[in-house]
Design a protein around this ligand. Structure first.
Ligand SMILES: [Zn+2]
Length: 246
């Protein structure tokens, strides 16, 4: 390469390097933004909050008089999962808030939100989520992800299945099987809602109810956790959970 050519190529290489560095910075920035609440959850032990039980934190506005009731709801939720699917493996991290604004500050709605991450997912409970139904629902989401593994879970487990399974330990009235009156067509259509944007849109109550109905047919309660681990081992979701599977 002669001197003139090198003079021309150098600025191009510099520009390319800058573009690569900028792209990497942008990816890191968007990951941090996406994961900011999960990262914030990591800081809970450092914030001086009351730790009601190991990894169960309560926000400052929760009155001390509510603690005993919360522990009771937690125990009911854990026992319900145990009785339905067997022993949980995951000690979930929970933050319990008592006001909508406090829940919002932690990226949650007034009921509950789960912040998923590859290292340690956590759940923020809002004021409407301080009951065994919501707690069991959220704990099951965490247990499912733990059994499958974060990346395989995100890639293989459809949202309607994740929600339908969580509803099997969530006894809120409109979601109980005998209160669901959907046509077969409406029930099967939920399988088309294969991402959060589609599932959490339109008539969400119908989506949850359909998910509850369709998932009930796919899960064998006695081996549900073991079946999830088959996906962790590389088996396809549709092979593990199919209506013809035993
Ligand atoms: Zn859910």
């Amino acid at each position: 390469m002669n001197f003139k050519m090198a003079e021309k190529i150098n600025p191009i290489i510099k520009k390319l390097k800058l573009m690569v560095l900028l792209s990497i910075a942008l990816i890191i920035f968007s990951l941090v933004v996406q994961q900011r609440y999960a990262l914030a959850c990591e800081s809970l032990p450092l914030l001086g909050m009351v730790e009601l039980q190991p990894d169960i934190y309560v926000s400052n506005e929760v009155p001390v008089s509510a603690y005993a009731g919360l522990i009771t709801e937690l125990e009911i939720a854990r026992a319900r999962i145990q009785n339905t699917f067997g022993s949980q493996r995951t000690a979930a991290r929970l933050l319990i808030t008592a006001t909508e604004s406090s829940a919002n500050r932690w990226g949650a709605n007034d009921t509950a939100s789960m912040h998923r991450s590859p290292w340690n997912s956590c759940v923020v409970l809002g004021p409407k989520g301080q009951n065994a139904n919501v707690i069991a629902h959220e704990l099951l989401h965490i247990e499912m992800q733990e059994r499958v593994g974060f990346f395989r879970f995100m890639l293989n487990v459809p949202i309607w299945f994740d929600e339908g399974a969580a509803l099997m330990v969530d006894y809120r009235e409109p979601l109980l099987l005998h209160n669901i009156h959907l046509t077969e067509q409406q029930v099967s259509a939920v399988k088309q809602l294969d991402n959060s944007a589609k599932f959490f849109a339109g008539n969400q109550m119908h989506n949850y109810q359909a998910a509850r109905m369709v998932t009930e047919r796919l899960i064998n309660k006695n081996q549900f956790f073991a079946d999830l681990e088959r996906i962790a081992s590389g088996e396809k979701f549709s092979d593990v959970f199919s209506e013809t599977a035993d």
